[in-house]
Design a protein around this ligand. Structure first.
Ligand code: MRU
Length: 349
């Protein structure tokens, strides 16, 4: 499996691959403060819900290191860290792993002996990273077991956006299931949707899968219905940025369309995501904030204007797939078919 430093600690700094430059260049950047990490999250250096969670945790750790170096051990870590934590919290709104990581780091500021706080925060960030890799591997195994098994031909899986190693601490959620399916069934092929406007499917998913030697076919988003109608897809597997308590799924814009089409063609629609992506405080998808990104992502393609000046633009980065369209959710704690609030709550017991 390809390993990328999606968000790691290196030389006393946060190190992340600059995903904006893929697939052309593999460049790593280093960050020294919560503000720098927050900017990197907002600017899409790192993206994908669990990867954002890891980057956030390392952002907290590097902020504590910066503060200790600049002013010594503060009288109150909570007060000293408040601005940096808030800047991180505001960097992107939809992926709940960001708030989840901050909420996991925050109590350590007061419960740890003051001198030990920077070291303790770094340990917690590293734990989050390693736990995410383990969760992805477990999800991969559990997810692969429930996939259809066509006889005499490869299993054909469609995915949308990038829920791969690049979107996690490594291995991937949806692409983790695909990686495990390749190991289990040997013969699989993947249809990766391009994912306009940011092209995560074209730039990231197809790059990552080809690196792993997985048979990958790239589609533009408007080909999905046609390809499904030809009987070419056995199952759809996607990730999620935030799942509401009832199983409604926020994921990259276009996921809802894919789910509706999958229902129309009787194709199972599977969502893979760790418990850190499930938001029990939000009862259903209507409460999930949907990020609206800059209009230039729609009016331009690869830096070139493709729409007339002055046209009005909408650019919601995510949509909500209602739980009724989800065949199964795969978490590190088990698989839930036909998700409901009660079934999802049980995962946390
Ligand atoms: O805007 P992005 O690239 O951060 O959106 C990412 C997605 O929508 C992924 O599908 C989702 O985070 C699942 S990642 C394991």
């Amino acid at each position: 499996m390809s390993i990328f430093d999606v968000a790691v600690w290196k030389n006393g700094r946060v190190c992340m691959m600059d995903q904006r430059l893929l697939p052309d260049e593999e460049v790593y950047l280093e960050f020294d403060s919560a503000k720098e990490v927050a900017d990197a999250i907002r600017d899409m250096v790192v993206r994908g819900a669990p990867a954002i969670g890891c980057a956030t945790a390392f952002g907290v750790a590097v902020e504590a290191k910066r503060i200790a170096a600049a002013q010594g051990i503060p009288a109150s870590w909570s007060e000293a860290m408040a601005e940096g934590m808030q800047t991180l919290r505001q960097s992107r709104p939809t992926a709940v792993n960001l708030a989840w990581a901050l909420d996991r780091m925050q109590p350590l500021l007061d419960s740890t002996p003051k001198e030990d706080v920077p070291k303790r925060l770094l340990q917690e960030a590293e734990d989050i990273r390693l736990e995410d890799i383990e969760s992805c591997k477990t999800m991969g195994r559990l997810g692969a077991e429930i996939l259809p098994r066509p006889k005499g031909r490869p299993l054909s899986i469609m995915t949308h956006c990038n829920a791969g190693a690049l979107a996690t601490a490594g291995y991937g959620t949806a692409l983790g299931v695909i990686r495990a399916a390749r190991d289990l069934l040997k013969d699989i092929k993947v249809y990766a949707n391009e994912t306009r406007p940011y092209l995560q499917g074209a730039r990231l998913t197809s790059w990552e899968l080809l690196k792993d030697g997985i048979d990958t076919t790239l589609l533009t988003d408007n080909m999905v219905g046609h390809i499904m109608s030809q009987g070419l897809i056995d199952v759809v597997v996607v990730g999620t940025d935030r799942m509401a308590a009832n199983g409604d799924v926020a994921n990259k814009i276009g996921t809802y369309t894919v789910a509706v089409l999958a229902k129309r063609h009787n194709i199972p629609f599977i969502v893979a995501g760790p418990l850190s992506t499930i938001d029990l405080q939000t009862p259903d998808g209507s409460g999930i904030p949907i990020e609206e990104r800059p209009p230039e992502e729609v009016t331009h393609c690869m830096g070139k204007r493709t729409a007339p000046l002055g046209v009005r633009v909408r650019n919601p980065a995510f949509d909500i797939t209602p739980a009724e369209l989800v065949t199964a959710i795969v978490t590190e704690k088990g698989v839930v078919t036909e998700p409901t609030t009660a079934k999802i709550k049980k995962l946390f017991e």
